[in-house]
Design a protein around this ligand. Structure first.
Ligand code: FES
Length: 568
């Protein structure tokens, strides 16, 4: 087969001289340029993305594998997004990052690519970009951190929310809170619970874009490097087989990922990212697909934030292959993955080594897991809730709204002892959607009023057009669409309005007469965010709503790998 890279390195004359000569300043022998598959290692390493800070070492393992299989590895950087660092929210830049991945792959002499991914957005952004080029691609996740250890107990990211509420209620002193920081993040890797990063690791594995076991091997475990090396070997063969993402990412593969996500109690962010990836390969995945396919799937993984254990435990208990094996009756078994094997073949020898952590299908931790999609006049295009992370008694509830127009107003008022609130109230937060913030931050699990925390209240119904960290929990209705900033009915909720939630009947209803709602609509003015230039302006002008995956409208689909014009 003719290698794509030969259009650069295989040329004669001046052009070939230029393409090769400058590469040789890195000390590369001439034979590396002769008919070898060139494998790009798309590295999201950055010291500003702490979860990916070990990726240069991981890239070396990939390179070893590429060389062993007769390929020529070339590592390159792309934009990276550190979830905990980037302001105002990493989600604002997911699509921008995907563009850096897409254009970097297409513009360079690559025959195949290994995506090194880890912290939340780095996985979907890399996959979205690579899908829009569609050359052979394999993903390697960086792996979760080791379980945190603090004062004799295990901990990880979900404890931030518990400790934060305990410190706000006065139960936890500031020094202890601070000492927990290093105890929680005690090794390289991403968040150690089934938060968004681990969910994304499982997503790429269940889609068939990684070798089996990718999601759960801890970053600090030497087997993570082995997986990276084997992935390096495999991508060279994928180039020879011309096995591209478009052949792996079929509708059935997406459906398998939805089912797997339900069984592991994965993050609500999964919906937005999977829909965006589907959009790049021309598959119309809708919110209803998630509810239809996922909501009847039992919860098989006992992992925080829905359950008790950590990603490290998950790996030792059998990891995602053990879950997939249990799920086989629900899955499309013959979908092919990057190693050329089917889903069924990949998990046939897997088993659960601890049924406290990975349950059998007939003895699940919870009957119906997955994400529920609700509709009503408050969210005409849908909103979502993660039942496994919510309180059973609040799944059907009627309460009066306490409304916050912005997240800043929420921060100002929520700690006020004069705030009139009891546990039956519903906290409503506006203007945190895709366009309204902009970037849809993870603020949907609003902290509770301290005076209720002191009374022992642990959960309240919360509704917003924002997202929630995959590590968080609570009875939170998220991703309300259309968002308030573009005049969705969420914009017109006022303090004291009655709201009815009924998850079983998939209903989220604002109990305000239609004529009153109409009147409020006529008097409504959108808030002016003051963005009039640069990427953020482009984002606001083109970002789609949460129920569509929040990609930029013009990024949907693929431009392929062809580059029609030369550089000299
Ligand atoms: Fe990077 Fe949680 S902050 S994975």
């Amino acid at each position: 087969m003719k290698l794509r890279s030969s259009d650069w390195f295989g040329r004669e004359g001046k052009d070939g001289f230029i393409y090769r000569a400058w590469m040789k300043n890195q000390g590369i022998p001439d034979d590396e340029f002769r008919d070898k598959p060139v494998i790009g290692i798309c590295n999201t390493w950055s010291e500003l993305t702490p979860c990916n800070a070990h990726f240069r070492e991981l890239a070396e393992s990939v390179k070893k594998g590429v060389w062993e299989s007769g390929g020529f590895p070339l590592e390159f950087p792309v934009m990276s997004l550190g979830e905990t660092i980037v302001k105002p929210t990493a989600m604002l830049f997911r699509n921008l990052m995907s563009m850096t991945v897409e254009e970097s792959i297409r513009a360079n002499p690559l025959d195949g690519v290994v995506l090194l991914v880890g912290c939340d957005k780095t996985t979907p952004a890399s996959v979205m970009g690579a899908c829009s080029v569609d050359i052979p691609t394999i993903a390697v996740s960086g792996g979760p951190m080791l379980t945190g250890k603090f004062k004799g107990r295990d901990m990880a990211t979900s404890d931030i929310w518990r400790m934060s509420e305990a410190s706000r209620s006065g139960e936890l002193d500031q020094e202890t809170f601070r000492n927990a920081e290093a105890a929680m993040c005690r090794s390289q890797g991403h968040c150690a619970v089934m938060g968004t990063a681990s969910t994304m690791g499982c997503m790429v594995e269940s889609l068939g874009l990684t070798l089996p076991e990718n999601a759960a091997i801890p970053a600090a475990d030497s087997r993570r490097k082995v997986l990276a090396q084997l992935s390096g070997r495999r991508i060279v063969d994928m180039v020879k087989e011309d096995l591209k993402p478009s052949e792996i990412l079929t509708r059935e593969a997406f459906e398998n990922a939805v089912i797997a996500n339900a069984a592991i109690g994965g993050s609500t962010n999964f919906l937005i990212h999977l829909m965006a990836i589907a959009g790049r390969v021309g598959i119309n995945l809708t919110l209803d697909d998630f509810d239809r396919l996922g909501s009847k799937i039992p919860l098989l993984a006992n992992l925080q934030p829905s359950g008790k254990y950590f990603m490290e435990d998950f790996y030792y208990a059998g990891g995602l292959p053990a879950v997939m094996k249990e799920l086989l009756p629900h899955l499309h078994k013959s979908v092919v993955s990057v190693n050329g094997k089917t889903v069924e073949e990949n998990c046939s020898s897997a088993e659960s080594f601890d049924e406290e952590i990975i349950a059998k299908l007939d003895k699940p931790f919870q009957e119906n897991s997955g994400i529920a999609v609700v509709y009503g006049n408050l969210c005409e295009n849908g909103a979502i809730i993660k039942p496994s992370a919510a309180s059973e008694e609040l799944m059907k509830h009627r309460g009066q709204a306490i409304v916050f127009e912005t997240i800043e107003e929420f921060h100002e008022r929520i700690n006020d002892p004069e705030l009139e609130a009891d546990e039956t109230n519903i906290l409503v937060l506006k203007n945190v959607g895709p366009k309204g913030y902009p970037g849809m931050p993870e603020v949907g699990n609003m902290g509770l009023p301290p005076k209720l925390l002191k009374k022992g209240v642990k959960d309240m119904v919360r509704i917003s057009d924002g997202r929630m960290s995959g590590t968080a929990f609570g009875t939170t209705f998220l991703h309300v669409s259309p968002e308030s900033a573009i005049g969705g009915n969420l914009a017109f909720v006022q303090d004291g309005d009655w709201i009815e939630v009924d998850v079983e009947n998939r209903r989220l209803h604002l109990d305000v007469p239609p004529d009153e709602l109409e009147k409020r609509k006529r008097n409504w003015k959108p808030i002016d965010l003051g963005y009039d230039r640069g990427y953020v302006k482009m984002f606001i002008d083109h970002v789609e709503q949460a129920d569509k995956g929040m990609d930029l409208d013009y990024l949907k689909g693929s431009s392929g790998s062809e580059v029609s014009r030369d550089s000299h």
